[in-house]
Design a protein. Structure first.
Length: 358
């Protein structure tokens, strides 16, 4: 153990970790930019009115946190001296916390869809609980690797280390990797997929039940539900698919004494992309693309500075971020002056003001 108490695992790697981590940091930076763009569009077009829209916003914020943790982990930031190796402990914690909040945000979106489509239960009142689950719940467990200084350099970047100073197996770190990430993460991802199957089956049955007497409000709910499922189902699929190969690489790295450079390069390219893909699901949604014209963006920007009183009405239940609540602006006008002719009992109305109100 070195004088800081933090092990430097780079001596155990049989390849140059600096440029591999540089690839990962570069890919993470691209995802960070895409997440920032998606969050900016959500704020610009006010895609935070409904609870589900805010959940998607929280997911993009968590993806931005994860991408930022990746950008901060260039290997040449932490393997030169004692001070920067101490920084690796903090970077390793962020590398554990970032994916956890991202996964919890996906779980919350899935839970909301499940309760609303299967049991017809609104969970909007539980928004604070959702926020706590996304950003606070992971902290209950992510502090554990600070025990025995388990956060440190884990190959080309920082995470929970698997080797000690002498390159011997650090068994406590290996156990923590599986207990704190691999087992719960993949169990939750499989549970999410099963839940989406249940949601799809439920939507199909409801569609069959809705056939018959035409009810505009019911048809609107059906349309919004189907659109929500089609859009939001991409998030767990992206997260699951982009985490399959990293799992294979980590298991191979634990089981083998000779790490494969090609595996680490693919790992560095694939993992950081999940934040970018999550951002693109929103950015390339049809309703978002329709609003990416200069006129729409200027109008949306001006709407944030309007002094007129704005009243908001929810036309129909909205389950997805692609369905914004329609807004109508009512400018403040003077009360119409009514002149009553008591002799003829006729009421004269200022027609110009009436037309302005319409």
């Amino acid at each position: 153990m070195n004088e800081s108490g933090v092990t430097n695992e780079s001596n155990c790697s049989q390849f140059d970790v600096v440029w591999v981590s540089a690839i990962r940091a570069g890919t993470g930076f691209i995802s960070l930019v895409l997440c920032a763009l998606a969050i900016s569009l959500m704020v610009l077009f006010k895609r935070y009115i409904t609870f589900t829209q805010r959940l998607v916003l929280y997911l993009n914020i968590s993806a931005a946190v994860d991408s930022l943790s990746i950008v901060l982990q260039r290997a040449d930031y932490f393997h030169e001296n004692t001070a920067t190796r101490g920084y690796c402990v903090f970077a390793g914690f962020l590398n554990q916390y970032g994916p956890c909040v991202e996964l919890m945000a996906i779980c919350c979106i899935t839970a909301k869809l499940f309760f609303e489509t299967v049991y017809r239960l609104k969970t909007d009142r539980l928004e604070l609980v959702y926020l706590m689950m996304i950003f606070v719940f992971p902290l209950l467990f992510d502090w554990i690797p600070f025990i025995q200084l388990s956060y440190g350099q884990a190959g080309p970047w920082c995470w929970i280390r698997k080797d000690d100073q002498d390159c011997n197996k650090f068994h406590f770190g290996v156990v923590l990797r599986f207990v704190l990430w691999y087992v719960p993460a993949y169990v939750l991802m499989l549970a999410i997929l099963v839940t989406f199957v249940v949601i799809l089956v439920s939507v199909g049955r409801q569609r069959h039940k809705w056939e018959g007497k035409f009810d505009p409000e019911t048809e609107k709910v059906k349309e919004h539900t189907q659109k929500a499922v089609r859009t939001l189902i991409w998030y767990p699929f992206i997260f699951l698919l982009l985490n399959i190969f990293p799992l294979i690489n980590r298991i191979y790295d634990i089981a083998s004494t000779n790490p494969t450079l090609a595996f680490w390069v693919l790992h560095a390219l694939i993992t950081p992309l999940q934040g970018g893909f999550i951002a693109m699901v929103f950015t390339f949604d049809r309703s978002t693309l329709r609003m990416l014209s200069c006129e729409e963006m200027k109008a949306a920007f001006r709407s944030h500075f309007e002094s007129s009183r704005v009243r908001e009405y929810e036309i129909a239940p909205s389950l997805t971020h692609s369905d914004s609540i329609k807004r109508q602006t009512y400018p403040e006008t003077s009360v119409q002056q009514l002149t009553t002719d008591y002799s003829t009992m006729q009421i004269h109305v200022d027609q110009t003001h009436v037309d302005d109100r319409l």
